[in-house]
Design a binder for this molecule. Structure first.
Ligand code: SAH
Ligand code: DHB
Ligand code: MG
Length: 228
């Protein structure tokens, strides 16, 4: 099977820079969040600036007041989402790695968002059932972006924690086209394949997947509206 990574990643990155130049002006808090994440040695796998803007626009479009994120890293996407909140809104973001959570909390504080973003440390497999038990839902928007083999489980919990009208978004559901490989021995790819199949067949959802290229090369976002 071919993958697209060799096609034109330099051009994709150049076009991303062009788009960012038009639509994502330099932003002290977001730029500092990426710099601090780099300095702390976090992997450079946050969503891109234009993807952050997209999540922000979708959260505003839906008037999301309660947002759940699964996979915080350095808090870059959480800052984009939190800036979309109306007064009284909250983001709860789940992170398993103590160092990532610590860097994220500092970045979120520096962005002036500590009062509206809660970083919960722990495996999402543990913190999601806790959220459900404490009645933290329903969330208006869920952004799934943690370990890929966990996506099917995260989707099941997302359905528990949302209501009709909620939006579920997931990053990385194409992975350079590797999701085409039904025989893949990679647990992440199998998790993503199961996740996409669940999205397609779940009667409580209507969904699609959009392929993307850019600084993060060839990947894709899933968008699912909770209908029942
Ligand atoms: N949403 C972030 C990027 C997240 S990267 C952004 O765009 O800015 C994925 C994150 O998920 C990493 O920080 C990783 O530590 C975390 N993670 C991986 N497995 C996890 C799990 N089981 N529970 C919670 N977090 C997990
Ligand atoms: C990678 C990218 C991501 O957006 C992510 O959430 C995890 C890993 C990557 O490129 O390795
Ligand atoms: Mg991702």
């Amino acid at each position: 099977m071919s993958t697209g990574a060799e096609v034109a990643p330099g051009l994709w990155a150049d076009v991303d820079a062009y788009i960012d130049g038009l639509f994502v002006p330099p932003d002290p808090a977001l730029d500092a969040a990426l710099e601090a994440s780099d300095a702390a040695g976090l992997p450079r796998i946050a969503i891109s600036p234009s993807q952050g803007k997209l999540l922000h626009l979708l959260a505003r479009l839906g008037g999301a007041r309660r947002i759940l994120e699964i996979g915080t890293l350095g808090g870059y996407s959480a800052i984009w989402l939190a800036r979309a909140l109306p007064p009284g809104g909250v983001v709860i973001t789940l992170e398993a790695d103590p160092k990532h959570a610590q860097v994220a909390r500092a970045n979120i504080e520096h962005a002036g968002l500590a009062a509206v973003v809660e970083v919960r440390l722990g495996l999402a497999q543990k913190t999601l059932p806790l959220l459900a038990r404490e009645g933290a839902g329903p969330f208006d928007l869920v952004f799934i972006d943690a370990d890929k083999h966990g996506y099917p489980d995260y989707l099941r919990w997302s359905l528990e924690l949302t209501k009709p009208g909620s939006l579920i978004i997931a990053d990385n559901v194409v992975r350079h086209g590797l999701v085409l490989d039904a025989a893949s021995d990679d647990a992440d790819i199998q998790g993503l394949r199961r996740f996409n199949e669940m999205l397609a067949s779940e009667p409580r959802l209507t969904a699609t997947v959009l392929q993307t290229v850019g600084v993060k090369q060839h990947d894709g976002f899933a968008f699912a509206l909770v209908t029942a």
